[in-house]
Design a protein around this ligand. Structure first.
Ligand code: GLV
Ligand code: MN
Ligand code: MN
Length: 427
């Protein structure tokens, strides 16, 4: 990693550590790792920590009906001129998957807190409003659909959709939002106005191995994978495990297992190269040692940077699952829980990040993102960019997810300089 040619950094590692520790403490008890689910009271507590820090810096803080928290630093009067300029912004999310880590999303929010602090403490000149955002409910682990707060900001998820998204306990997203004091009925009023924004750049951990394996401190993302999520229910017949001979069984788990293996095989097939297929949740009913499984419900997450291959793979899976079920004499129903397209990020925003890295003496590479991100959604309405810092061992969505602070600070510095460049740019 770079040393000698790297520019002196205003980023304070101690403050980064303190913010990360404050968020890590907000977790369901018991562990392992960090559990702070989308639209849970703990997620709102984390937003309150973010809001208090930003208010303490003198920024104007507000929370929209989707639960996104936005802090605004006004432009320097002298520089902004009459009429005002559209804003630059940065941020990420504060929710986690069940038993996740303390870095996915959180690093981007902590970066926003640190950039805001540097801007205020050092009175860094700027001519645009700077907005710092903690998006709500980015993880799709609870409701199937990912990036919920940013989708509502982009107008991609509407108030009418919120009763149709449910968690595994049958709680609708609308009910979960209302339970933490939000107004799901009003989210359509929380859409961002494209003319109010110039550009938005998110800093995130890579959640993969590319930067670590190449010894690079920074990644500049060009394209973000899409994902199609399926919920599959297999209905067979629950019977006695001793009394029912093999030829009379309709075992739902046997068919579900064949479906899991089929998904893995299909994703490894050269015709589908690049697609990733994951069965991450599978529930067996009645779940008794001595009963043949009567029903199984499982999810499939299909991800790709190629939208045609993503959807073709999901369709092929649904079709082949049906054939497997027919051959075993069980019922099978596949439903699409969520479907998000890959997004190509605009080259001119990435060019400012690349220039910032070069100026700071930070080696980088351009790479795609396998994971979903809030900029993928707001990128539908405003210009957006994404920077990566390395992930230890490429791990994410697990308790061992980790990026040392000395690998976060270069990312925050590159983010600050990207935003400063965008602040000075006119298009
Ligand atoms: C968000 O982290 C995702 O699942 O990609
Ligand atoms: Mn994330
Ligand atoms: Mn995540």
């Amino acid at each position: 990693m770079t040393t000698a040619t790297t520019a002196a950094s205003p980023v304070d590692a101690g403050r980064i550590d303190a913010h990360l520790a404050a968020f890590a403490a907000l977790t369901e008890p018991g562990g392992p790792g960090c559990t702070r689910l989308a639209y849970s009271p703990l997620e709102r507590d984390a937003h309150a920590v973010f809001a208090a820090h930003m208010a303490g810096l003198g920024l104007t803080v507000s929370t929209d009906h989707a639960g996104n928290t936005v802090a605004e630093l006004p432009p320097d009067q002298a520089a902004s001129g009459p009429g005002g300029l559209p804003a630059v912004g940065t941020g990420s999310h504060l929710d986690t998957v069940p038993q996740g880590g303390g870095f996915d999303g959180i690093v981007g929010v902590v970066a926003a807190m640190e950039v805001a602090e540097i801007m205020v403490r050092q009175a860094v000149p700027h001519r645009r409003p700077w907005r710092f955002v903690a998006f709500a409910a980015e993880e799709g682990a609870r409701f199937g659909q990912a990036c919920n707060g940013s989708r509502m900001a982009a107008g991609l998820t509407r108030a009418a959709d919120l009763a149709g998204l449910t968690d595994r306990d049958g709680v609708t997203m609308a009910a979960a939002m209302a339970a933490v004091g939000l107004r799901p009925d009003l989210v359509d009023g929380s859409r961002w106005r494209p003319d109010d924004w110039f550009a938005f750049v998110e800093l995130h951990i890579e959640q993969g191995e590319v930067l670590r394996s190449q010894g690079l401190p920074l990644g500049v993302v060009d394209v973000i994978s899409g994902s199609t999520r399926l919920r599959v229910r297999v209905e067979g017949r629950a019977t006695h495990s001793g009394g029912t001979p093999m030829h009379l069984r309709r075992d739902a788990l046997v068919t579900a297992s064949e479906c899991v293996l089929l998904g893995d095989r299909l994703a490894r097939d050269p015709a589908h190269r690049g697609v990733r297929v994951t069965v991450g949740r599978l529930g067996v009913e009645p779940g008794s040692i001595t009963t043949v499984p009567g029903a199984v419900e499982f999810t499939v997450d299909v991800r790709d940077v190629d939208s045609v291959r993503q959807r073709d793979t999901a369709r092929a899976l649904a079709r082949d699952f049906e054939s497997l079920a027919r051959a075993r004499g069980v019922e099978l129903v596949t439903e699409v829980m969520a479907d998000t397209s890959p997004v190509i990020l605009p080259g001119w925003v990435a060019a400012e990040s690349r220039a910032a890295c070069t100026e700071l003496g930070l080696p980088y590479r351009v790479l795609p993102s396998g994971a979903s991100h809030d900029v993928q959604q707001i990128g539908h309405v405003i210009a957006a960019g994404l920077l990566f810092v390395p992930s230890r061992d490429g791990l994410s969505h697990v308790p061992d997810e980790f990026t040392p602070t000395d690998q976060i600070t270069p990312g925050v510095h590159a983010l600050l300089e990207t935003l400063r460049r965008l602040d000075g740019t006119t298009r």
